[in-house]
Design a binder for this molecule. Sequence first.
Ligand code: ATR
Length: 291
Amino acid sequence: MNTSPEITGKTTVCGVIGDPVEHTVSPAMHNAAFKALGLDYIYLPFRVPPRHLAAAVQGMRALSIRGLNVTIPYKVKVIPLLDEIDPPARSIGAVNVIVNDSSVLKGHNTDAEGFMRALKEHSVEVRGKTAVILGSGGAARAVCFALSAAGAGLIILNRTSGRAARLVGDIMKTAGHPAEAMPLDRQNITIALKKAHILVNTTSVGMSPEPGETLVKGDLIGPQHTVVDIVYNPVETRLLKEAAKAGAATVNGLDMLVWQGALAFEKWTGQKAPIEVMRKEALRTLNGHEK
Ligand code: ATR
């Protein structure tokens, strides 16, 4: 199925910059959304090698590109190239969306709010709860700042424990809620999960081509937990399968992916995103990738 809208001389261009970008589902998701709303927009993938990142961002002004998603490995490196950074993205230290308003480039982070929207959609209570976070990379930073701002206490476990400690330090500077760091091992996971209501995997463990991996086995999870995996390929990771079996509520990475995209769409177009169209198209594209 060709989901691209018809291109005219007035078509507004959006896209994604990253390296690699071959596996992104964003073009399919956004083009389906533009088409569903009858918008004269198109979304393209741009593979940008590191030496051309600055030129690519400058090129948004030269080519009047309305908006870009920023993906691996540029979410941090893009910050000094922009005119303005909105405050949550500044605290997180990562930008995944650029909006070009009359040549003024503003950076946002919709990963954080997208994560919270996914939780809200599943009626997950956050305020006053304790969340265990696995990982301390860029994705973990967005998740931790969002959860802390929403009133959750955090226990962050990471393989490299110094990285988790640094993230805790950054969070304590901006939010008053308790946060602690622990090295990632089975004993600490067991201790942390006894106190926790929410578990979030922000690492790549469990992602295709190694879907049999998980950092937490189902025997440590119970019906008192909500388990969130930001891995979306496969949509139902081993962690989520075992969590569901143990009676926990689950939220998959596709939900966060779709919501971060929907929030970007709204910033570029000023229109409410057709969330179900985006979800369906993202899933269809992911299923195509699996074949
Ligand atoms: P992203 O921006 O997608 O979060 P990242 O910054 O490379 O990517 O972070 C990846 C996270 O997954 C890190 O917390 C990493 O742990 P380290 O800080 O110790 O590297 C974690 N991670 C990746 N593979 C892992 C594995 N096999 N076991 C445990 N943690 C892993």
